[in-house]
Ligand binder design. Structure first.
Ligand code: FAD
Ligand code: NAD
Length: 394
């Protein structure tokens, strides 16, 4: 039996693993944690909504030992010519490799940014943001340093906007806990481009901006961050903003292990793949999700999203099944469902299958995509368990 090794238990890796399990294909899956976290929802607990428990699931609750060997390890090197992968704890060999290790932050070489900013990219980083802000509010109650309750979010793409939507609802509660007047809190979202949410139409951009501003966030477009220091963010205009919380949501690139291993990568470090999602260099390596440069109909790589990663995961599992059975593989096509941005717990904006949506309807649709993912992973029983946890943690 061919040895199949999946690296990463995010949206791509888990979609592939679940499908392979259904097809009774044995595989090993290596991930740095024993759990899979729901990245698409992490702005919620990072920004003060709910406990963290509903936002992850143990991989062993989803995958059965009969097909899946689950290994907790952090991958540090890949040697595709030797069909060998090195982790911090062990080495792994394969006949087919499925690379699904996600992304890395894109810092664009901005001085001080990596050293002095928080990121929203994993369960731990979400916990870090929440506890850092809580600590800052507690410290402000003692020393009254205004930079402790001034929060800067760098980038108003989907991550930045969704996080601001949550924090704008949470910060007033935090302020009241520490008896700080609301008027003293500042939540500033800095965006280098002329508009927020460039993937949505102008009407939805304006709605998102109005909603966030009505909740107290300050959205500043055409403001490029050029340097970050300890407690200070500098803009291209020369203005310096004193803030002890700087959260960077300015973009992502692929996991650097691909470029380090010599894969042919695009400028964002994503490995170029063919129509079957095989690396163009190594046909025994499938690459998916945020790590893959799959060229769409407009000739450009598709943007990295969970809906793309999970569809790719499904497809790679099918193609491996075909390969193992001596059948021809199928070409990957992306079924774009749309984009939805939440603006706090109650409203959102977005478009679904070409139709614009806003308000509560957008929130309901976002909820539907969460439900779909939970059912895909663990059926109705996982959905019911997570729903109980969400209800408890309100
Ligand atoms: P990931 O899901 O990131 O999975 C990578 C996995 O690999 C993780 O489990 C990680 O722990 C593990 N890993 C990483 N490095 C190593 C290593 N060296 N060794 C071992 N394991 C490792 N997309 C949407 O389509 N819809 C949304 O609503 C949406 N909302 C989002 C909200 C937020 C706040 C963020 C940050 C992103 C959102 N996205 C959304 C984007 C989406 O989360 C990503 O595109 C998606 O997670 C990519 O899937 P992936 O499988 O490529 O990588
Ligand atoms: P992004 O690249 O989409 O947005 C980053 C934003 O930061 C851009 O608007 C950019 O102009 C801005 N920026 C860059 N440099 C800057 C600087 N120096 N100063 C100020 N602003 C700067 O990144 P993201 O929002 O993290 O999204 C990453 C990927 O994840 C995207 O493909 C996105 O579609 C996906 N995602 C999807 C959802 C969703 O569907 N709801 C949510 C989050 C992320």
């Amino acid at each position: 039996m061919a040895k199949i090794l999946i690296l990463g238990a995010g949206y791509g890796g888990m979609a592939a693993a679940v499908k392979m399990q259904k097809s009774k294909i044995p595989f090993t899956i290596v991930n740095k944690h024993s759990y899979h976290y729901f990245t698409t929802l992490l702005h919620e607990p990072a920004g003060g909504r709910n406990d963290f428990e509903p936002y992850y699931v143990e991989i062993s609750d989803i995958l059965q030992e009969s097909e899946a060997a689950i290994v907790k390890d952090t991958i540090v090197e890949i040697h595709p010519e030797e069909k060998r992968v090195i982790g911090e704890r062990d080495e792994y060999t394969y006949d087919y490799l499925v690379f699904a290790l996600g992304n890395a932050p894109e810092f664009f070489g901005i001085p001080g940014l990596a050293e002095h900013s928080l990121l929203l990219r994993s369960l731990e980083s979400a916990k870090e943001i929440r506890s850092h802000i809580e600590n800052m509010f507690a410290a402000y109650a003692v020393d009254k340093d205004p930079s402790r309750i001034r929060i800067v979010v760098g980038g108003a793409g989907l991550t930045g906007v969704e996080l601001c939507g949550e924090m704008a609802e949470w910060l007033p509660h935090l302020a009241s806990r520490y008896r700080i007047p609301d008027s003293k809190i500042e939540l500033i979202n800095l965006e280098a481009a002329p508009t927020i949410l460039p993937m949505l139409d102008k009407r939805l951009q304006d709605t998102a901006r109005e909603v966030l501003e009505s909740k107290g966030a300050r959205i500043r477009t055409n403001e490029k961050i050029v340097r970050v220091g300890e407690g200070e963010v500098e803009l291209a205009t020369g203005e310096k903003i004193e803030a002890k919380t700087m959260i960077w949501t300015g973009g992502v690139r692929a996991n650097p292990l691909l470029a380090q291993a010599g894969f042919d990568c695009d400028p964002r470090g994503r490995a170029r793949v063919n129509e079957f999602l095989q690396s163009v260099d190594y046909p025994d390596v499938f690459v998916m999700g945020d790590s893959a440069a799959f060229v769409g109909e407009d000739g450009r790589p598709l943007p990295p999203t969970a809906q793309l990663a999970s569809q790719m995961g499904d497809h790679v599992a099918d193609n491996l099944n075909y390969l193992l059975n001596g059948q021809p593989m199928k070409k990957f096509t992306f079924d774009y469902m749309g984009t939805l941005a939440s603006l706090g717990s109650e409203v959102g904006v977005g478009n679904v299958k070409g139709f614009s949506t806003k308000g509560v309807a957008a929130t309901v649709m976002k909820e539907a995509s969460k439900i779909k993912w939970l059912i895909n992973l663990g059926g109705i029983s996982l959905l019911a368990r997570k729903n109980r946890q969400f209800t408890r943690s309100h």
